[in-house]
Design a binder for this molecule. Structure first.
Ligand code: 6PG
Length: 251
């Protein structure tokens, strides 16, 4: 695994700007070499500044006509629910860009059977990537956040999905939240050509230091399980979140 690239910027706006720069480059490169760019969007609040920037000031920097959007995870709710990752990215990015529905592949969190929603999304992935059973999709870009407990996507501490090595999509029960989630598994995330972690805020400093410094304990800090086989990992972090990153890791 390659060493992660870590970019420390002043604040959350800086994370959005740096992420937009990298995303535009990765998307352009993917379209140039593969004719399209497949993206797994992150949920949560940190990426929303990026999404609004990509739909606004930086709109022209991305070949949107060749992008296919997916999600890294979704809450077990419908697309109109306030907690829905789809709804948040639709409001910030998809709606303002007017992206056509046939290139926007959301997870169906409205399905009361979360496991069925996960199986349904596996089918969506296989169809969109033209895969047979047993094959793993390679996303061009995966966007991820980091929870204060070390989770990423919906891969939470102490859940089996940390070690999922067969399924593409899982529907873990998150005991501490009392909910199911739907999430891409490490099998898929680690197949990505490029992973971008977006982290901002002083509340993330401790966990970011733990995740990057080690030791390797993915059951404690699941974000550590993201170690792409051949892809790149970039951390776009603001200064307040970076305060505990060992200087030896900073480029
Ligand atoms: C979600 C995300 C989750 C998120 C982290 C960080 O569905 O909430 O997939 O993994 O990225 O919880 O969230 P913030 O960016 O809001 O701090």
């Amino acid at each position: 695994m390659r060493a992660p690239y870590i970019e420390v910027v002043a604040d959350a706006d800086g994370v959005a700007r740096a992420s937009a720069d990298l995303f535009a480059r990765l998307a352009t490169d993917a379209v140039r070499s593969r004719g399209r760019c497949t993206v797994a969007l992150a949920g949560g609040s940190t990426p929303l500044r990026l999404y609004r920037r990509l739909a606004g000031a930086d709109r022209q920097r991305v070949p949107w006509e060749a992008l296919e959007l997916f999600w890294g995870d979704e809450r077990h709710v419908g697309p109109d629910h306030p907690d829905s990752n789809f709804r948040a990215s639709d409001e910030a990015l998809i709606g303002p860009l007017g992206l056509p529905a046939d290139r926007v592949h959301r997870m169906h969190g409205e399905n009361p059977d979360a496991a069925a929603a996960a199986a349904d999304y596996e089918r969506t992935l296989r169809e969109s990537f033209g895969l047979d059973l047993g094959q793993v999709p390679m996303f061009d870009v995966v966007l991820l956040g980091l929870g204060t407990d070390g989770h990423t996507a919906s891969i939470f501490p102490g859940t089996d999905v940390v070690h999922e090595s067969r399924r593409l999509v899982a529907a873990p029960w998150i005991e501490k939240l009392g909910v199911h989630r739907i999430t891409l598994t490490p099998l898929v995330l680690n197949r990505a050509a490029a992973v971008m972690f977006l982290v901002a805020g002083p509340e993330k400093a401790d966990v970011l230091g733990d995740v990057l410094r080690g030791p390797y304990q993915p059951d404690v800090w699941p974000a550590q399980v993201i170690r792409p086989v051949a892809g790149t990992v970039s951390w776009l972090v603001d200064r307040s979140a970076a305060s505990r990153i060992p200087h030896s890791l900073l480029n």
